[in-house]
Design a protein around this ligand. Sequence first.
Ligand SMILES: C[S@@+](CC[C@H](N)C(=O)[O-])C[C@H]1O[C@@H](n2cnc3c(N)ncnc32)[C@H](O)[C@@H]1O
Length: 281
Amino acid sequence: MNDPVQFLPPLRDVIAEHGLAARKGLGQHFLLDLNLTLKIARAAGDLTVGTTVEVGPGPGGLTRAILTAGADRLIAIEKDERCIAALAPLVDAAGGRMTLLNEDALKVDYRVIGAPPIKIISNLPYNVGTPLLVGWLEKAEAISSMTLMFQKEVAERITARPGTDHYGRLSVLCNWRCRTDYLFTLPARAFTPPPKVDSAVVQLTPYDEVPYPGRMDLLQRVTAAAFGQRRKTLRRSLKQLGVPIDALLERSGIDGSLRAETIDIEGFGRLTEALEALQGT
Ligand SMILES: C[S@@+](CC[C@H](N)C(=O)[O-])C[C@H]1O[C@@H](n2cnc3c(N)ncnc32)[C@H](O)[C@@H]1O
């Protein structure tokens, strides 16, 4: 396949030419090593079918890798106008395979963005990474996979299993809706400028049919109550849900003397189902 990247200037020259001094408020930590960006893009699997979505292409390091890895239809969403100008030669070189949107990724409707299957790949801006992920989980029926870079500690929470240190609200929401895999860790020095902490790439693959009971919106309420007061027993923390606590625990078969971190995804699903039945919505 014709590789559009091979005739483009080095990324450091693009950054210098367009004065792309990293903006902290936009979570800008760039990846300039094509071996690393190719490792991320290839982890996403076959990009020749459907639509690949990249959030925050920045100067285009990961974008180049996604195109080199064979993406046939790439939509890149970038908020920073300086990067839009810097990416113009890459859009040209991609010859119709890439569309660049100058938008806030939090405001995009991913259900209608392009032909399925939709694969999202991103070195996420850390300040909006979790809200973006939760938004994607809410619309996960439209997404076939998400290959995402987070701060290492967030990646550990996303993939944590019950009873482990990192298990919390985000673990339940992600693992209720998706299979989650921790792919690899990247040291802070791999980025320009380096962040304060290491990063990691995770992959989330939404289930075609969610294997657990419950509804996502109610699961968000149950987990917010349960982990908002994670040192308390569930009997105490779940009182704020506003339904009779004995009935909630009995219907879901959950021991109210336990704490949130010991309840598995199935258990949270059953609590969610019981909440739905008791509040009658
Ligand atoms: C961690 S950098 C990644 C840049 C590039 N993909 C790379 O790997 O070198 C995050 C990028 O997301 C962009 N960004 C930040 N907030 C955004 C938002 N709400 N919507 C779209 N892009 C955003 C930043 O401008 C930046 O280019």
